[in-house]
Design a protein around this ligand. Structure first.
Ligand code: SF4
Length: 496
């Protein structure tokens, strides 16, 4: 069985998928690619082709049978061809197709991948100003590097990423992963590869675990069915794979109902004696998970632990933005406004994928905010995404809104993040506390048949290509419903 870079990538996305892809119930796997995933894929390919076009003389080995491409890649490297596009590398079960192989001029080659994201995670505090590598990029480059070394075309564990902004980052895989983690990236790769291989060979099996990533996965319906049939503890909000596995190993808990009977005092006593017992699960986490398990089992009304008092103002603004994080672009600012004169939806749209258009929509949003009675409105939104994005935009477009005004707008007196209110003060008999899950639980329904933030991004990209107004209308309806859903949640919490 081939061990490929994309299999290692999949393993890092979800430890179970690599096993399920081979041994799972194949008839339950969705045959349709999620349109958002397809869009990301298409964009990635377009970006890659764009970069390669700009390089000029490249030996293109994209076409042909695998064995023929492997042969041609070896021959090209022996001849010292400066740049090879989509060459195929094999050694034993390892199979890699780096986007580019660049000659170092001494018979060795550097593997390069072109990515449509940023090349690094961000600045690593441990390494004073150094960038932190992305794990999934590092393991992919490591696989290419291993095959190159085995074939005699490299002598270092090294690779390069060209990112969305054409910035280049060299991944030196012999470097430690961090000051607190002296393991090298190479060692990390070997560990990941070992675990992935043991799952692929069925020497080790693992189970699905519910997470935010599942919705875009072709196994979503299948795994969700398994999770529900087995009352898996990952049904409990914020109990993920790691916590579930520790609970099972240390307390033999196999279903979320069994969590309810845990004797917390006894467990905490044991934790004091044995540092490795229930590692990573503290008292708060344990008690919170037990509480949620009980609510889930009894399927009782949501719990509101402390009385919630919302400001009484003439204007309530339920606010939500639509943006494409892959391009750091905000295309819609939507507000569902409720005031003594009634309710209305106001929206500010960037109709072109340009800085001018994005800036103008944002300026119009602020003009609208400034037209409201300054001390007589309250803003409600769901999750910190809006706040984080607006801070980023204020750097990108200085002069649209001052730091003071932005601080004032997101101050607790003016704006309320309902997700944070929900997290701190409530519990629900739900697997997720997302806007969609909670509003649907409260009987709100979206007019679109498949509403999601990912779908909205796909519609916007379609709109940019075709300028079909139906796509824009769909986005506006979806955003308005998100804003209304926020209102439904606020009203529910307010009445309780
Ligand atoms: S649905 Fe979730 S648990 Fe199942 S394979 Fe996909 S990501 Fe993993």
């Amino acid at each position: 069985m081939n061990i490929t870079a994309s299999k290692l990538y999949n393993y890092l996305q979800c430890e179970h998928k690599i096993w399920r892809d081979i041994y799972g119930p194949q008839d339950e796997k969705s045959k349709e690619t999620n349109p958002f995933v397809q869009m990301l894929w298409d964009k990635g390919v377009a970006h890659e082709e764009n970069i390669v076009e700009g390089l000029g003389m490249v030996l293109d080995l994209k076409e042909g049978e695998e064995t023929e491409r492997i042969q041609k890649t070896i021959e090209a490297m022996k001849m010292g061809v400066p740049l090879i596009y989509q060459g195929v590398l094999r050694f034993g079960d390892l199979l890699g197709i780096p986007d580019l192989l660049q000659s170092n001029g001494d018979g060795t080659y550097l593997p390069i991948d072109i990515k449509s994201g940023m090349g690094v995670e961000g600045v690593d505090e441990d390494f004073e100003g150094e960038d932190k590598y992305k794990k999934h990029y590092a393991v992919q480059l490591a696989l290419y590097s291993e095959v190159l070394i085995a074939n005699g075309f490299a002598n270092k564990h090294i690779g390069k990423i060209v990112d969305i902004n054409s910035e280049e980052t060299v991944y030196d895989l012999d470097k430690p992963m961090g000051v607190k983690n002296p393991q090298s990236w190479w060692q990390y790769y070997l560990d990941i590869k070992g675990k992935a291989v043991s799952l692929m060979n069925n020497e080790f099996q693992n189970k699905p675990a519910y997470s935010g990533k599942c919705k875009l996965c072709p196994w979503y319906a299948s795994c969700k069915k398994w999770i529900k049939q087995n009352d898996d503890p990952t049904m409990i909000f914020y109990v993920g794979r790691a916590v579930r596995d520790v609970l099972q190993n240390d307390l033999d808990i196999k279903s979320y109902q069994e969590l309810i009977d845990v004797d917390v005092d006894q467990v905490l006593e044991q934790k004091k004696k044995d540092k490795n017992f229930l590692k990573g699960i503290g008292q708060t986490k344990l008690e919170q998970s037990i509480k949620r398990a009980r609510i889930m089992k009894e399927n009782i009304e949501p719990k509101i632990y402390s009385p919630l008092a919302f400001p009484k103002t003439s204007y309530d603004l339920f606010f939500d933005i639509e943006d494409d994080p892959t391009q750091a672009f905000v295309y819609l600012h939507g507000v569902y406004e409720r005031s003594p004169s009634g309710e209305r939806f106001v929206s500010f749209v960037a109709e072109e994928k340009t800085d001018e258009s994005e800036k103008e929509a944002w300026l119009n949003f602020w003009d609208y905010i400034r037209s409201l009675p300054k001390d007589d409105f309250t803003v409600y939104y769901y999750s910190h995404h809006e706040k984080t994005t607006y801070h980023r935009m204020s750097q990108k477009y200085p002069g649209v809104v001052s730091d003071e005004e932005l601080e004032w707008f997101f101050s607790p007196e003016k704006s309320i993040d309902l997700y944070s209110v929900i997290l701190k003060n409530t519990d629900w008999p739900l697997m997720s506390y997302s806007l969609k899950e909670i509003a649907q639980y409260l009987k709100f329904s979206w007019r679109d048949k498949s509403p999601s933030g990912a779908a909205s991004i796909e519609w916007f990209n379609k709109y940019l290509e075709t300028k079909n107004l139906d796509d824009m209308k769909r986005i506006l309806i979806y955003n308005e419903d998100d804003c209304k859903a926020t209102m439904v949640i606020k009203d529910y919490l307010d009445e309780k």
